[in-house]
Each structure stands twice: as C-alpha cells, then as structure tokens.
Design a protein around this ligand. Sequence first.
Ligand SMILES: NC(=O)c1ccc[n+]([C@@H]2O[C@H](COP(=O)([O-])OP(=O)(O)OC[C@H]3O[C@@H](n4cnc5c(N)ncnc54)[C@H](OP(=O)(O)O)[C@@H]3O)[C@@H](O)[C@H]2O)c1
Length: 286
Amino acid sequence: MTDGSSVATTDLPAIAFLGGGSMAGAILNGLLSPVVHVDGGIRITTRSAESAARYADARGVTALATESAADANRTAAAGAKLVVLAVKPFLVPGVLAEIADVLEPGAVVVSVAAGVTIATMEAAVPESVAVVRTMPNTPAQVGRGVTGVSAGSRASADDVALVRALFETVGAVVEVPESQLDALSTISGSGPAYVFLLIEEFTKTAVAKGFTGAQAKLLVEQTFLGASELLAATGEDPAELRRRVTSPKGTTEKAVEVLADASLSSLFDRATDAALARAKELAAGA
Ligand SMILES: NC(=O)c1ccc[n+]([C@@H]2O[C@H](COP(=O)([O-])OP(=O)(O)OC[C@H]3O[C@@H](n4cnc5c(N)ncnc54)[C@H](OP(=O)(O)O)[C@@H]3O)[C@@H](O)[C@H]2O)c1
C-alpha cells in the first residue's frame, strides 16, 4: 500500500509557449499533470482569439492572441525562464526579433521548430539568453513521446536539465549533438508515420483475408498495441519476443521468412536517407 508520498514530482519555473497549436498543446497536457508544479504560471500565445479560447479552462494557464493584443508574445515571454518556440519554423525569426529585448537574462529559449538552427536562434537573442533545440514527436500528446534535445553553446547543464524535465512530462528524452538532430528526426520524429503506414497496409491485408473493415481494424490495431505493451512490460529484446511467437517449422516462421526476404532494414535505410536528404534541402532553403 502506498500513501502517495513517494510519487516523484517535477518543479518547473515560469514557462511561455509562443504558438499554441498541436505541439504546445501536447506538452501542456504533460504540464497539467498533478505531479508537475509550474511556479510562476504558464503563458500561451496563439494568432487567433479562437485558438486562445481553447485554453480558457486550463489550470494556471494564461492564453493571449496576437490578433487581440499585438504585443502578446512580448507579454508572455517577459519574466519566463523557459520560452518555448512552438510556431511554424518560418515564423521563428520574426517571433525572436519581436521578443529579444524582453527576454530575462538567464532565460532559456527552447525551440521545437524543425530545421531552425541553434546558430540562427543564438544570433537573434541577447548573449545572456541560452538556446536549446529539440525535436519532439506526436505521441507526446499521450505522454509517450520521445524528444531529441540539443544544447546550444550558451546552455548550462542546469538549463539542459530543465528542458529535459519539461519534455520528460510527456515521455522520454534523448540528448544528442545538434549535428545528429536531423537524423534523429528521421527515426523518432517521422517514425510515427512509418508505424501508421504499416498499420494501414496490414489492415488492407486483413480485409483481403476476408475480415470486415471493423474486424480488420481491431485485429491489426490491437496487435500493434499489444505487441508494444508486451515489449514495454517485459523489457525483453524484440528479437527474443519475436522468437517466442515463431515456433520452428511453424506458420509464423514462414511469414517471417517472406518479410525478411523483403530486406526491411535496407528499406528503412532508404526511407530515412530520403528524409535526411529532404532536411538538408530545406535547410538550404529549397
Ligand atoms: N506537430 C508535430 O508533430 C511536430 C513535431 C515536432 C516538431 N514540431 C514543430 O512544432 C512547431 C509547431 O507545430 P504545430 O504542429 O504545433 O503547429 P500548429 O498546430 O499549426 O500550431 C502553430 C501555432 O502557432 C500559432 N501562431 C501563428 N502565428 C503566431 C504568432 N505570430 N505568434 C504566436 N503564435 C502564433 C498558431 O495560432 P492559431 O491557431 O491562432 O493559428 C498556432 O497556435 C513547428 O515549428 C513544428 O516544426 C511539430
């Protein structure tokens, strides 16, 4: 029996989210957990008043829209220790120019924007402000995200620890140098799309085997969820769990032989290489 006193809590300083769309909303869900305390409150900005209104009932959250208050980003960023840039990447330079002179010395600008480099962001804010670039993924919406975190040149170990604590409220965190962040994005950033594609294709296969759409959906989705939960719960190597389903000379062995013949690992190499090449093109402005 537990009295709950051993539950780990996370304490975070005042946070501003500039941009209050899907990614900011996902992280906010983590912050609204009863075991997270944000001293100094949470501010969120959006472009439209309609989007800001979505946060009206969120505990400890002040939402401001730039269409109602032109200085919303400046108001939100002033006094915040963590300033999370959660607008679309093309808006990041403009938003940084807008807020640069109100950032507190010692503030940490945390970007989730794909492709905007640390050097670009450091050049846009005072020397006294640190920058940390991150790449979260969409399962953050259900607290099962994985976020790549890269420290900027002015970020201290304490700054990085704060950013880590922020993203650990919505899943796991992996720290990598910025040079690896695009590669990380081809794995965990885009990865949920690969998994959904596998589920879509496998569901078509189930329908072709004579199951109704509803049955096929249940069979496939529950199999993906069940296998993932089994992996998480047992902590076993996936290859070992696969062997346990694969009796020698049995039916699964035959199917796995066919899948192995399809050179899945080289297929994943090619898919992630294509994503990486596109990241380089985007960085070059293509
Ligand atoms: N979604 C993902 O899977 C994912 C994963 C990793 C990284 N990211 C990164 O996260 C960032 C946000 O993506 P998202 O998917 O959350 O986009 P989103 O849902 O479109 O949200 C963007 C938000 O920015 C607001 N906004 C627009 N202009 C603004 C301004 N000048 N000042 C303040 N707020 C402004 C929008 O307000 P309105 O709602 O009023 O228009 C909206 O709330 C992007 O840089 C993206 O690269 C996203």
